[in-house]
Ligand binder design. Structure first.
Ligand code: CP3
Length: 402
Protein backbone atom coordinates (compact mmCIF):
# COMPACT_ATOMS: atom_id res chain seq x y z
CA UNK A 1 0.00 0.00 0.00
CA UNK A 2 1.32 3.46 -0.87
CA UNK A 3 1.97 5.61 2.20
CA UNK A 4 0.68 9.16 2.47
CA UNK A 5 3.94 10.64 3.65
CA UNK A 6 3.94 11.66 7.28
CA UNK A 7 4.75 15.28 6.45
CA UNK A 8 1.14 15.64 5.32
CA UNK A 9 -0.33 14.41 8.56
CA UNK A 10 -1.14 16.35 11.64
CA UNK A 11 -2.92 15.39 14.79
CA UNK A 12 -6.55 16.53 15.08
CA UNK A 13 -6.00 19.57 17.23
CA UNK A 14 -6.77 23.27 17.23
CA UNK A 15 -9.95 25.22 17.75
CA UNK A 16 -12.90 24.84 15.37
CA UNK A 17 -12.09 28.24 13.92
CA UNK A 18 -8.49 27.37 13.03
CA UNK A 19 -7.77 27.64 9.32
CA UNK A 20 -7.96 24.16 7.80
CA UNK A 21 -4.74 22.98 6.18
CA UNK A 22 -4.75 23.51 2.41
CA UNK A 23 -4.93 20.64 0.01
CA UNK A 24 -6.56 19.54 -3.22
CA UNK A 25 -10.10 20.63 -4.06
CA UNK A 26 -12.75 18.30 -2.56
CA UNK A 27 -13.65 16.81 -5.96
CA UNK A 28 -10.07 15.81 -6.64
CA UNK A 29 -9.62 14.47 -3.10
CA UNK A 30 -12.83 12.44 -3.29
CA UNK A 31 -12.11 10.87 -6.67
CA UNK A 32 -8.51 10.17 -5.64
CA UNK A 33 -9.69 8.34 -2.50
CA UNK A 34 -12.30 6.38 -4.48
CA UNK A 35 -9.51 5.32 -6.83
CA UNK A 36 -6.93 4.55 -4.19
CA UNK A 37 -4.63 7.47 -4.92
CA UNK A 38 -5.30 9.96 -2.13
CA UNK A 39 -2.14 11.30 -0.53
CA UNK A 40 -3.71 13.68 2.00
CA UNK A 41 -6.39 13.43 4.68
CA UNK A 42 -9.47 11.42 3.76
CA UNK A 43 -12.53 13.18 2.32
CA UNK A 44 -15.57 13.34 4.61
CA UNK A 45 -19.33 13.25 4.00
CA UNK A 46 -22.12 11.69 6.04
CA UNK A 47 -25.06 9.55 5.07
CA UNK A 48 -28.35 11.45 5.69
CA UNK A 49 -26.32 14.63 6.05
CA UNK A 50 -29.28 16.66 4.78
CA UNK A 51 -31.86 15.53 7.29
CA UNK A 52 -33.91 16.10 10.39
CA UNK A 53 -31.02 16.76 12.82
CA UNK A 54 -30.64 20.17 11.11
CA UNK A 55 -33.02 22.90 12.35
CA UNK A 56 -32.85 24.44 8.85
CA UNK A 57 -34.17 21.15 7.42
CA UNK A 58 -36.95 20.96 10.02
CA UNK A 59 -37.99 24.55 9.22
CA UNK A 60 -38.51 23.71 5.53
CA UNK A 61 -40.05 20.34 6.38
CA UNK A 62 -42.54 22.09 8.69
CA UNK A 63 -44.04 23.77 5.63
CA UNK A 64 -43.73 21.02 3.00
CA UNK A 65 -44.16 17.25 2.88
CA UNK A 66 -41.05 15.09 2.41
CA UNK A 67 -42.20 14.04 -1.05
CA UNK A 68 -42.83 17.63 -2.11
CA UNK A 69 -39.31 18.49 -0.98
CA UNK A 70 -37.88 15.71 -3.13
CA UNK A 71 -39.98 16.61 -6.14
CA UNK A 72 -39.33 20.34 -6.17
CA UNK A 73 -35.80 20.84 -7.55
CA UNK A 74 -35.50 24.31 -5.95
CA UNK A 75 -36.16 22.86 -2.50
CA UNK A 76 -34.11 19.72 -3.16
CA UNK A 77 -31.10 21.84 -4.17
CA UNK A 78 -31.51 24.12 -1.17
CA UNK A 79 -31.66 21.16 1.23
CA UNK A 80 -28.80 19.29 -0.48
CA UNK A 81 -26.60 22.36 0.00
CA UNK A 82 -27.33 22.78 3.74
CA UNK A 83 -24.50 20.48 4.91
CA UNK A 84 -22.15 22.09 2.37
CA UNK A 85 -22.93 25.57 3.70
CA UNK A 86 -23.27 24.76 7.39
CA UNK A 87 -20.71 21.99 7.88
CA UNK A 88 -18.31 22.16 4.95
CA UNK A 89 -18.54 18.46 4.04
CA UNK A 90 -16.39 17.34 1.10
CA UNK A 91 -19.26 15.91 -0.97
CA UNK A 92 -22.89 16.85 -1.57
CA UNK A 93 -25.43 14.05 -1.92
CA UNK A 94 -28.53 15.06 -3.81
CA UNK A 95 -31.70 15.17 -1.70
CA UNK A 96 -34.22 12.52 -2.74
CA UNK A 97 -35.22 9.02 -1.62
CA UNK A 98 -34.47 5.54 -2.87
CA UNK A 99 -38.17 4.63 -3.13
CA UNK A 100 -39.44 7.49 -5.32
CA UNK A 101 -38.40 5.91 -8.66
CA UNK A 102 -40.70 3.00 -7.80
CA UNK A 103 -43.61 5.39 -8.11
CA UNK A 104 -42.44 6.03 -11.65
CA UNK A 105 -42.75 2.27 -12.22
CA UNK A 106 -46.42 2.51 -11.21
CA UNK A 107 -46.28 1.77 -7.47
CA UNK A 108 -48.18 4.41 -5.43
CA UNK A 109 -46.06 5.49 -2.45
CA UNK A 110 -46.87 7.43 0.71
CA UNK A 111 -44.56 8.63 3.47
CA UNK A 112 -46.33 8.31 6.80
CA UNK A 113 -45.06 9.09 10.31
CA UNK A 114 -44.19 5.40 10.65
CA UNK A 115 -42.25 5.30 7.38
CA UNK A 116 -42.88 4.63 3.68
CA UNK A 117 -45.96 2.70 2.57
CA UNK A 118 -46.71 1.05 -0.78
CA UNK A 119 -50.48 0.78 -0.91
CA UNK A 120 -50.38 -1.91 -3.59
CA UNK A 121 -47.53 -4.31 -2.66
CA UNK A 122 -46.01 -6.64 -5.28
CA UNK A 123 -46.89 -10.16 -4.22
CA UNK A 124 -47.95 -11.95 -7.41
CA UNK A 125 -47.36 -12.22 -11.14
CA UNK A 126 -50.19 -9.77 -11.85
CA UNK A 127 -48.47 -7.04 -9.84
CA UNK A 128 -45.20 -7.83 -11.58
CA UNK A 129 -46.87 -7.34 -14.97
CA UNK A 130 -48.20 -3.96 -13.91
CA UNK A 131 -44.69 -2.62 -13.24
CA UNK A 132 -43.70 -0.18 -15.99
CA UNK A 133 -40.15 0.43 -17.11
CA UNK A 134 -38.76 3.65 -15.64
CA UNK A 135 -38.08 6.52 -18.01
CA UNK A 136 -35.64 8.49 -15.85
CA UNK A 137 -35.89 11.82 -17.73
CA UNK A 138 -39.66 11.67 -17.41
CA UNK A 139 -40.42 9.90 -14.11
CA UNK A 140 -37.48 11.19 -12.07
CA UNK A 141 -36.93 14.53 -13.81
CA UNK A 142 -36.69 16.39 -10.49
CA UNK A 143 -33.61 14.56 -9.19
CA UNK A 144 -31.89 14.95 -12.56
CA UNK A 145 -32.67 18.68 -12.59
CA UNK A 146 -31.41 18.96 -9.00
CA UNK A 147 -28.13 17.23 -9.93
CA UNK A 148 -27.64 19.57 -12.92
CA UNK A 149 -28.26 22.64 -10.74
CA UNK A 150 -26.01 21.37 -7.94
CA UNK A 151 -23.26 20.83 -10.47
CA UNK A 152 -23.72 24.39 -11.75
CA UNK A 153 -23.58 25.70 -8.19
CA UNK A 154 -20.59 23.66 -7.03
CA UNK A 155 -18.71 23.58 -10.32
CA UNK A 156 -15.55 21.58 -10.60
CA UNK A 157 -14.79 22.08 -6.88
CA UNK A 158 -17.01 19.69 -5.00
CA UNK A 159 -18.39 16.28 -5.94
CA UNK A 160 -22.12 15.75 -6.33
CA UNK A 161 -23.21 12.26 -5.38
CA UNK A 162 -26.17 10.48 -6.89
CA UNK A 163 -27.72 7.34 -5.42
CA UNK A 164 -30.23 4.55 -5.77
CA UNK A 165 -31.55 1.64 -3.74
CA UNK A 166 -30.18 -1.83 -4.42
CA UNK A 167 -32.64 -4.27 -6.04
CA UNK A 168 -32.97 -6.51 -2.97
CA UNK A 169 -33.61 -3.51 -0.71
CA UNK A 170 -36.19 -2.05 -3.09
CA UNK A 171 -37.83 -5.46 -3.39
CA UNK A 172 -38.10 -5.76 0.38
CA UNK A 173 -40.10 -2.51 0.55
CA UNK A 174 -42.22 -3.40 -2.51
CA UNK A 175 -43.11 -6.85 -1.23
CA UNK A 176 -43.77 -5.75 2.36
CA UNK A 177 -45.67 -2.57 1.53
CA UNK A 178 -45.90 -1.22 5.05
CA UNK A 179 -43.21 -0.09 7.48
CA UNK A 180 -41.85 -2.04 10.38
CA UNK A 181 -41.60 -5.63 9.16
CA UNK A 182 -38.04 -5.42 7.83
CA UNK A 183 -37.14 -8.27 5.51
CA UNK A 184 -39.43 -11.02 6.77
CA UNK A 185 -41.83 -10.86 3.82
CA UNK A 186 -39.18 -10.78 1.11
CA UNK A 187 -37.25 -13.61 2.76
CA UNK A 188 -40.40 -15.72 2.85
CA UNK A 189 -40.88 -15.16 -0.88
CA UNK A 190 -37.21 -15.87 -1.51
CA UNK A 191 -37.65 -19.41 -0.20
CA UNK A 192 -41.27 -19.95 -1.32
CA UNK A 193 -41.10 -18.54 -4.83
CA UNK A 194 -37.46 -17.88 -5.82
CA UNK A 195 -38.22 -17.59 -9.55
CA UNK A 196 -40.78 -14.87 -8.87
CA UNK A 197 -38.30 -12.92 -6.75
CA UNK A 198 -35.66 -13.23 -9.49
CA UNK A 199 -38.11 -11.75 -12.00
CA UNK A 200 -38.81 -8.84 -9.68
CA UNK A 201 -35.10 -8.27 -8.99
CA UNK A 202 -34.37 -8.32 -12.71
CA UNK A 203 -36.93 -5.57 -13.32
CA UNK A 204 -35.48 -3.54 -10.47
CA UNK A 205 -31.88 -3.98 -11.62
CA UNK A 206 -32.83 -2.87 -15.12
CA UNK A 207 -34.55 0.21 -13.70
CA UNK A 208 -31.69 1.03 -11.35
CA UNK A 209 -29.01 0.77 -14.04
CA UNK A 210 -30.95 3.15 -16.31
CA UNK A 211 -31.65 5.49 -13.41
CA UNK A 212 -28.04 5.71 -12.18
CA UNK A 213 -26.74 6.17 -15.72
CA UNK A 214 -29.13 9.10 -16.12
CA UNK A 215 -27.79 10.61 -12.87
CA UNK A 216 -24.20 10.31 -14.09
CA UNK A 217 -25.15 11.86 -17.43
CA UNK A 218 -26.79 14.72 -15.50
CA UNK A 219 -23.47 15.35 -13.74
CA UNK A 220 -23.17 13.08 -10.68
CA UNK A 221 -19.46 12.60 -9.97
CA UNK A 222 -20.01 9.33 -8.10
CA UNK A 223 -23.02 7.25 -7.09
CA UNK A 224 -23.87 5.16 -4.04
CA UNK A 225 -26.01 2.05 -4.20
CA UNK A 226 -27.85 1.60 -0.89
CA UNK A 227 -28.46 -2.14 -0.58
CA UNK A 228 -29.20 -1.68 3.11
CA UNK A 229 -31.14 -4.90 3.70
CA UNK A 230 -29.00 -7.30 1.66
CA UNK A 231 -26.89 -8.02 4.75
CA UNK A 232 -29.89 -9.80 6.26
CA UNK A 233 -29.28 -12.69 3.87
CA UNK A 234 -26.87 -15.57 4.36
CA UNK A 235 -23.85 -15.84 2.06
CA UNK A 236 -25.47 -18.33 -0.31
CA UNK A 237 -28.63 -16.26 -0.71
CA UNK A 238 -26.56 -13.10 -1.14
CA UNK A 239 -24.67 -14.82 -3.95
CA UNK A 240 -27.87 -15.84 -5.67
CA UNK A 241 -30.28 -12.93 -5.05
CA UNK A 242 -28.04 -9.89 -4.58
CA UNK A 243 -24.64 -10.15 -6.21
CA UNK A 244 -25.65 -10.79 -9.85
CA UNK A 245 -27.92 -7.73 -9.83
CA UNK A 246 -25.33 -5.46 -8.23
CA UNK A 247 -22.80 -6.65 -10.82
CA UNK A 248 -25.26 -5.90 -13.61
CA UNK A 249 -25.77 -2.34 -12.35
CA UNK A 250 -22.07 -1.58 -11.80
CA UNK A 251 -21.12 -3.12 -15.14
CA UNK A 252 -23.64 -0.90 -16.94
CA UNK A 253 -22.38 2.16 -15.06
CA UNK A 254 -18.83 1.39 -16.12
CA UNK A 255 -19.89 1.54 -19.73
CA UNK A 256 -22.56 4.24 -20.01
CA UNK A 257 -23.31 3.70 -23.66
CA UNK A 258 -22.36 0.11 -24.20
CA UNK A 259 -24.60 -2.91 -24.18
CA UNK A 260 -23.68 -5.52 -21.61
CA UNK A 261 -24.20 -9.22 -21.81
CA UNK A 262 -26.91 -9.63 -19.15
CA UNK A 263 -27.16 -13.35 -19.66
CA UNK A 264 -23.50 -13.78 -18.76
CA UNK A 265 -23.90 -11.59 -15.69
CA UNK A 266 -26.93 -13.47 -14.46
CA UNK A 267 -25.50 -16.91 -15.06
CA UNK A 268 -24.67 -17.96 -11.56
CA UNK A 269 -21.42 -19.79 -12.08
CA UNK A 270 -19.30 -19.43 -8.96
CA UNK A 271 -16.16 -17.88 -10.50
CA UNK A 272 -18.11 -15.36 -12.51
CA UNK A 273 -18.87 -13.35 -9.42
CA UNK A 274 -15.28 -12.40 -8.95
CA UNK A 275 -14.35 -11.58 -12.51
CA UNK A 276 -14.54 -7.92 -11.52
CA UNK A 277 -11.93 -8.45 -8.89
CA UNK A 278 -11.32 -5.91 -6.18
CA UNK A 279 -7.98 -4.90 -7.66
CA UNK A 280 -9.55 -4.27 -11.07
CA UNK A 281 -12.13 -2.08 -9.35
CA UNK A 282 -9.74 0.75 -8.56
CA UNK A 283 -8.17 0.85 -11.98
CA UNK A 284 -11.08 2.11 -14.04
CA UNK A 285 -10.94 5.68 -15.20
CA UNK A 286 -8.62 8.52 -14.43
CA UNK A 287 -9.77 11.06 -11.82
CA UNK A 288 -8.34 13.89 -13.89
CA UNK A 289 -9.87 13.11 -17.25
CA UNK A 290 -13.42 14.09 -16.28
CA UNK A 291 -14.54 10.93 -18.01
CA UNK A 292 -18.15 10.55 -16.91
CA UNK A 293 -18.21 6.98 -18.12
CA UNK A 294 -16.20 6.08 -15.04
CA UNK A 295 -18.00 7.80 -12.17
CA UNK A 296 -17.00 5.60 -9.21
CA UNK A 297 -19.67 3.48 -7.56
CA UNK A 298 -19.98 3.04 -3.79
CA UNK A 299 -21.81 0.03 -2.38
CA UNK A 300 -23.43 0.23 1.06
CA UNK A 301 -24.74 -2.88 2.77
CA UNK A 302 -25.77 -2.75 6.41
CA UNK A 303 -24.69 -5.74 8.47
CA UNK A 304 -22.56 -7.02 5.61
CA UNK A 305 -19.44 -8.25 7.39
CA UNK A 306 -20.09 -11.87 6.36
CA UNK A 307 -20.34 -10.93 2.67
CA UNK A 308 -17.42 -8.48 2.30
CA UNK A 309 -15.71 -10.63 -0.33
CA UNK A 310 -18.94 -10.83 -2.34
CA UNK A 311 -19.39 -7.06 -2.04
CA UNK A 312 -15.83 -6.59 -3.31
CA UNK A 313 -16.68 -8.81 -6.27
CA UNK A 314 -19.64 -6.64 -7.28
CA UNK A 315 -17.54 -4.24 -9.34
CA UNK A 316 -18.08 -1.27 -6.97
CA UNK A 317 -14.96 0.83 -6.49
CA UNK A 318 -15.79 1.71 -2.88
CA UNK A 319 -17.37 -0.40 -0.12
CA UNK A 320 -19.28 1.48 2.58
CA UNK A 321 -19.18 -0.49 5.82
CA UNK A 322 -21.30 -0.28 8.93
CA UNK A 323 -19.81 -0.11 12.43
CA UNK A 324 -19.97 -3.86 12.99
CA UNK A 325 -17.21 -4.39 10.41
CA UNK A 326 -13.67 -3.48 11.33
CA UNK A 327 -11.97 -1.26 8.75
CA UNK A 328 -8.62 -2.94 9.52
CA UNK A 329 -10.22 -6.35 9.21
CA UNK A 330 -11.83 -5.42 5.89
CA UNK A 331 -8.50 -4.12 4.57
CA UNK A 332 -6.84 -7.35 5.62
CA UNK A 333 -9.50 -9.50 4.00
CA UNK A 334 -9.82 -7.51 0.77
CA UNK A 335 -6.32 -6.15 0.20
CA UNK A 336 -5.36 -2.68 -1.01
CA UNK A 337 -7.24 -2.88 -4.30
CA UNK A 338 -10.58 -1.48 -3.16
CA UNK A 339 -11.55 1.73 -1.41
CA UNK A 340 -13.36 1.67 1.94
CA UNK A 341 -15.86 4.13 3.36
CA UNK A 342 -17.25 4.37 6.88
CA UNK A 343 -17.91 3.46 9.60
CA UNK A 344 -18.53 5.44 12.78
CA UNK A 345 -21.66 4.28 14.62
CA UNK A 346 -24.21 7.13 14.21
CA UNK A 347 -25.17 6.61 17.86
CA UNK A 348 -21.59 7.53 18.88
CA UNK A 349 -22.46 11.14 18.04
CA UNK A 350 -24.55 11.26 21.20
CA UNK A 351 -21.35 11.14 23.29
CA UNK A 352 -19.95 14.42 24.64
CA UNK A 353 -18.36 16.46 21.82
CA UNK A 354 -14.81 15.96 23.12
CA UNK A 355 -15.34 12.20 23.13
CA UNK A 356 -16.64 12.40 19.56
CA UNK A 357 -13.49 14.26 18.48
CA UNK A 358 -11.29 11.69 20.23
CA UNK A 359 -13.06 8.78 18.64
CA UNK A 360 -12.87 10.25 15.13
CA UNK A 361 -9.16 11.03 15.75
CA UNK A 362 -8.57 7.38 16.68
CA UNK A 363 -10.35 6.17 13.56
CA UNK A 364 -8.24 8.48 11.40
CA UNK A 365 -5.02 7.38 13.10
CA UNK A 366 -5.98 3.79 12.30
CA UNK A 367 -6.34 4.61 8.59
CA UNK A 368 -3.23 6.77 8.38
CA UNK A 369 -1.48 6.19 5.08
CA UNK A 370 -4.48 4.46 3.51
CA UNK A 371 -4.88 6.13 0.09
CA UNK A 372 -8.27 4.50 -0.48
CA UNK A 373 -10.40 5.67 2.43
CA UNK A 374 -13.45 7.98 2.69
CA UNK A 375 -14.66 9.01 6.13
CA UNK A 376 -18.36 8.44 6.80
CA UNK A 377 -20.74 6.95 9.33
CA UNK A 378 -21.77 3.32 9.38
CA UNK A 379 -25.38 4.31 8.58
CA UNK A 380 -27.43 7.51 8.31
CA UNK A 381 -27.33 10.35 10.84
CA UNK A 382 -30.08 9.93 13.43
CA UNK A 383 -32.76 12.64 13.63
CA UNK A 384 -31.94 13.76 17.21
CA UNK A 385 -28.15 14.02 16.71
CA UNK A 386 -26.67 17.23 18.18
CA UNK A 387 -25.44 19.49 15.37
CA UNK A 388 -22.32 20.31 17.42
CA UNK A 389 -21.26 16.68 17.28
CA UNK A 390 -21.77 16.52 13.52
CA UNK A 391 -19.74 19.69 13.16
CA UNK A 392 -17.01 18.19 15.39
CA UNK A 393 -16.80 15.08 13.18
CA UNK A 394 -16.32 17.12 10.01
CA UNK A 395 -13.80 19.48 11.63
CA UNK A 396 -11.75 16.67 13.12
CA UNK A 397 -11.41 14.93 9.77
CA UNK A 398 -10.60 18.19 8.00
CA UNK A 399 -7.90 19.09 10.50
CA UNK A 400 -6.16 15.75 10.00
CA UNK A 401 -3.55 16.73 7.43
CA UNK A 402 -3.62 18.57 4.14
O1 CP3 B 1 -28.18 11.03 2.64
C1 CP3 B 1 -28.86 12.03 2.35
O2 CP3 B 1 -28.90 13.06 3.06
C2 CP3 B 1 -29.61 12.03 1.02
C3 CP3 B 1 -31.00 11.71 1.04
C4 CP3 B 1 -31.49 10.32 1.42
C5 CP3 B 1 -32.73 10.11 2.10
N1 CP3 B 1 -32.97 8.76 2.15
C6 CP3 B 1 -33.60 11.17 2.60
C7 CP3 B 1 -34.66 10.83 3.54
C8 CP3 B 1 -30.96 9.05 1.14
C9 CP3 B 1 -29.66 8.70 0.48
C10 CP3 B 1 -31.91 8.08 1.59
C11 CP3 B 1 -31.73 6.62 1.43
C12 CP3 B 1 -32.75 5.71 1.94
N2 CP3 B 1 -34.09 5.90 2.01
C13 CP3 B 1 -32.48 4.38 2.34
C14 CP3 B 1 -31.13 3.71 2.34
C15 CP3 B 1 -30.28 4.09 3.49
C16 CP3 B 1 -30.81 3.66 4.82
O3 CP3 B 1 -31.16 4.55 5.61
O4 CP3 B 1 -30.87 2.46 5.06
C17 CP3 B 1 -33.70 3.80 2.71
C18 CP3 B 1 -33.90 2.39 3.22
C19 CP3 B 1 -34.72 4.78 2.49
C20 CP3 B 1 -36.18 4.61 2.68
C21 CP3 B 1 -36.73 5.56 3.64
N3 CP3 B 1 -36.86 6.92 3.43
C22 CP3 B 1 -37.25 5.27 4.93
C23 CP3 B 1 -37.30 3.88 5.56
C24 CP3 B 1 -37.69 6.47 5.49
C25 CP3 B 1 -38.41 6.66 6.79
C26 CP3 B 1 -37.53 6.44 7.96
C27 CP3 B 1 -36.68 7.64 8.20
O5 CP3 B 1 -35.45 7.50 8.35
O6 CP3 B 1 -37.26 8.73 8.26
C28 CP3 B 1 -37.39 7.50 4.55
C29 CP3 B 1 -37.64 8.95 4.72
C30 CP3 B 1 -36.47 9.88 4.49
N4 CP3 B 1 -35.55 9.78 3.48
C31 CP3 B 1 -36.18 11.06 5.26
C32 CP3 B 1 -35.06 11.66 4.65
C33 CP3 B 1 -34.39 12.96 5.04
C34 CP3 B 1 -36.99 11.60 6.43
C35 CP3 B 1 -38.21 12.26 5.89
C36 CP3 B 1 -38.83 13.29 6.81
O7 CP3 B 1 -38.35 14.43 6.84
O8 CP3 B 1 -39.85 12.95 7.41
Amino acid sequence: MIGMGTENLQAPEGSPSSVPPRGPAPLERFLAAARGRNRGRPPVWLMRQAGRYLPEYRAIRGRRSFKEMCQDPDLAVEVSLLPHRLLGVDAVIVFYDILIPLEGMGMPLQYTDEGPVFTDPVRDEGALCRLRPLEPEHHTASILTAIRRLKEELGAEKPVLGFAGGPFTLASYLVEGRPGMGVEAVKRILFQAPAFLHRLLERLAEMTAAYLKAQVRAGADAVQLFDTWAGQLGKEEYREFVLPYQRWIFRELGDLNGAIDRQALLSRDGDGYFRDSASAALCSGDPRDGDKRHAPAILFVKDGNHVLEEMAGSGAQVLSLDWRSSLDGARERLGAGIALQGNLDPAALFAPVEAVRRRVGEMLAGRQGDPAYIFNLGHGLLPETPVDSVQAVVETVKSFGS
